[in-house]
Design a protein around this ligand. Structure first.
Ligand SMILES: [Zn+2]
Length: 173
């Protein structure tokens, strides 16, 4: 019997997760390692199968996108980081329901022509998409999503006030 060769791994440059070193598709302006993007896809497929469309769904998308910023040269990247941070702010700081937070994110995207380049001064936080793998049940899944999202949000402390102001300007309407 041949000894099994452990699969090659690599570190995702954005979230620092150690993932399988594979060739594969990634998002156009989300610079995650293909192995990290693959886990994100698997987590979402598993979530849909087990829980339908749970409140954690959007939080996970916000956490993933905010944890994988590009260099800001692409307007869609700047918009994505800003909008998903707004989603995290709405859920975690304002404690809004998933649907209401989603409305805020859509309004931010539709009302602003451009977005500033936001850069983390720390992070990417101690948890990654891998924290979502292996949840026992939906309550565990929701709790894991909260923990991961909080960790990502903390890594962006330097821009909390900018994001908060943008959201508050919209919710004051
Ligand atoms: Zn990653």
């Amino acid at each position: 019997m041949e000894a099994s060769v452990p699969p090659a791994t690599t570190r995702c440059a954005q979230c620092r997760a150690v993932v399988a070193d594979i060739d594969g598709p990634v998002h156009t302006y989300v610079p995650s390692a293909p192995g990290c993007w693959q886990i994100f896809g698997e987590v979402q497929a598993n979530e849909l199968q087990r829980f339908g469309y749970p409140p954690a769904h959007r939080l996970i998308v916000d956490a993933y996108m905010a944890q994988h910023p590009g260099d800001g040269s692409d307007r869609r990247d700047r918009q994505s980081v800003f909008a998903h941070l707004a989603g995290l702010y709405a859920r975690l700081e304002l404690d809004l329901a998933a649907e209401r937070a989603g409305q805020i994110v859509r309004r931010i995207v539709s009302r602003r022509a451009d977005f500033p380049i936001l850069r983390r001064d720390r992070g990417p936080g101690e948890l990654t998409i891998q924290h979502m793998v292996g949840a026992r049940d939906q309550a565990d899944y929701e709790a894991r999503a909260q923990d991961w999202a909080q960790s990502v949000w903390r890594s962006w402390t330097v821009h909390h006030s900018t994001v908060a102001a943008a959201v508050q300007a919209l919710t004051a309407d």
